[in-house]
Design a protein. Structure first.
Length: 390
C-alpha cells in the first residue's frame, strides 16, 4: 500500500467523521440521526479496509469480517435515514422491514466462521495452525452466502427507498414546494454512495474468485474508485443549502388551475362521451366499493391496469371530467376516510388512521389534511368531538 492510498483512506475517514459530527450544527433543522450513523459506518468501514489491506497489520480476518458486517448495515441505515427525513420523525431500528431483519441476522451469522479464524499474524491464513480443506471451504462458503445476501439486500431496499422518495417528491410538488429540496438531494447522494459500494463489492468478489485477493489493478482500483466517489458525494453534501419554501405565487396557482381544467388539450382526443362515462363508473367503483385508495403505493399505472383501461384515458377523465389530477383525487378519498375514522374511532392513533387511509407517513397525512381542511387531524378530531359532547 503506497502513500497515495494511505492518504486517501485518511482523508475519507476524516471527512466522514467531520461530516457526521458537524451536520447537526450546520443544518439544525434537519433530522439527521441516521444520516450521521450512515457517515460513521462509512468512516469505520474505511478504517477496517485500511487495516485489512495494510501489509503490516494482523487479524486480517477480523477486519475483513468487520468490513463485511458494516457493509450489511449500510443499506438498512439508509432506509431508516429516508424514513427519518420524509416522515420528520426518528424511527427505531425495528422500522426495518421484517424480511431484511432476517436477512441481516442470517448474513451476520455466516460471518462468524471468518471472525473466529482471525489470528495475530499478517496473513489471512494462520501458518502456525492451518485449517483443513473442509474448514476452509466452509469459511469461504459462509462468506459467499453473506455476500449474496448483501447483493440482494441493497437493490431490494433501494427500490423501497425510491418509492418513498417518489411519494415525497409528489407531495412537495402538490404543495408548490421546490421538488429539489435539500434533504432529498442529500438522500440521493447517499443513495449513490450505497450503489457505488454495492457495485465495487461485486467487482471485488469476482476479482477474488477468479484472479486472487492480491495486487494489480483489481482490489486497489476498486478501493480508490469507492473512496474518490465518497469524497465527491460528501463535498456535494457540504455545498447543499436549505431552501426556504415560499407560499404559492399567483402564477403557481394559475398553473395549478390550468393543470386541473386544461380541457383544450383533449379537443382531438378519441374518447367519446360513452367511453368517458364508462371509465368514470369504473373509477367510482374502484374508490367507493373496492377502496383502492387505501393502497399506499397506488399509482396511475396500477389503477389503470386494475381498471383495464389506458393510463392516458384514465388520466384524461380525471383531469377533464373530475377537474383535478390523480394525486389530489386519491387524497380526497383518503382524507374523507380519515375524517370518518378520526370521529368514529377516538381511541385509534392518528398514524394508524393515516396508514389505514393509504398514507405512508404522518407528515404526508398532516400536510394533505391541512391542505384540504386548513387544520391538522388532531385539531379536527378535538373540535368535532368537543362539539359532539356539547
Amino acid at each position: 500500500m503506497n502513500i497515495f492510498q494511505t492518504s486517501l483512506f485518511a482523508i475519507a475517514i476524516g471527512y466522514c467523521l467531520l461530516s457526521a459530527a458537524s451536520l447537526h450544527n450546520l443544518l439544525p433543522q434537519w433530522r439527521l440521526r441516521y444520516f450521521s450513523v450512515f457517515l460513521l459506518l462509512e468512516a469505520v468501514g474505511f478504517g477496517f479496509e485500511w487495516l485489512m489491506l495494510h501489509p503490516g497489520t494482523g487479524f486480517k480476518s477480523l477486519w475483513l469480517g468487520g468490513l463485511m458486517q458494516l457493509s450489511l448495515l449500510i443499506a438498512p441505515c439508509l432506509w431508516l435515514c429516508t424514513l427519518e427525513i420524509t416522515r420528520q420523525q426518528t424511527p427505531g431500528p425495528t422500522a426495518l422491514p421484517e424480511l431484511h431483519k432476517w436477512l441481516l441476522l442470517m448474513a451476520s451469522l455466516c460471518l462468524l466462521p471468518l471472525l473466529l479464524s482471525a489470528h495475530a499474524g499478517t496473513d489471512f491464513g494462520n501458518p502456525a495452525a492451518p485449517v483443513s480443506t473442509h474448514h476452509a471451504v466452509f469459511i469461504h462458503g459462509c462468506m459467499l452466502i453473506s455476500i449474496a445476501i448483501f447483493i440482494l439486500q441493497v437493490p431490494m431496499l433501494v427500490v423501497r427507498i425510491r418509492l418513498l422518495l417518489q411519494e415525497y417528491d409528489q407531495q412537495i410538488f402538490a404543495n408548490f414546494s421546490n421538488p429539489y429540496e435539500y434533504s432529498l438531494q442529500a438522500l440521493k447522494w447517499l443513495l449513490l454512495i450505497l450503489l457505488v459500494k454495492w457495485l465495487m463489492a461485486i467487482l471485488r468478489t469476482l476479482h477474488c474468485m477468479y484472479i486472487g485477493p492480491v495486487g494489480g489493478l483489481g482490489i486497489n482500483l476498486f478501493m480508490t474508485v469507492e473512496i474518490i466517489f465518497t469524497l465527491r458525494a460528501l463535498f456535494a453534501l457540504w455545498r447543499l443549502k436549505p431552501l426556504v419554501v415560499t407560499p404559492a405565487s399567483p402564477s403557481d396557482i394559475t398553473l395549478a388551475a390550468s393543470i386541473k381544467t386544461n380541457a383544450d388539450k383533449y379537443t382531438n382526443s378519441p374518447l367519446d362521451e360513452g367511453i368517458r362515462r364508462r371509465i368514470k363508473i369504473k373509477l367510482h367503483t374502484a374508490m367507493e366499493n373496492e377502496k383502492l385508495y387505501a393502497q399506499s403505493s397506488l399509482s396511475l399505472k396500477q389503477l389503470s391496469e386494475h381498471l383495464r383501461e389506458s393510463p392516458h384515458y384514465v388520466s384524461q377523465v380525471i383531469n377533464q371530467d373530475l377537474q383535478t389530477n390523480f394525486y389530489e383525487w386519491i387524497n380526497r378519498y383518503r382524507i374523507n376516510a380519515a375524517r370518518q375514522a378520526l370521529l368514529t374511532c377516538p381511541d385509534k392513533t392518528i398514524i394508524a388512521i393515516a396508514e389505514d387511509a393509504g398514507f405512508n407517513s404522518k407528515s404526508t397525512f398532516n400536510t394533505a389534511f391541512r391542505q384540504q381542511l386548513q387544520m391538522t387531524p388532531s385539531e379536527y378530531r378535538r373540535q368535532n368531538l368537543a362539539s359532539t359532547n356539547n
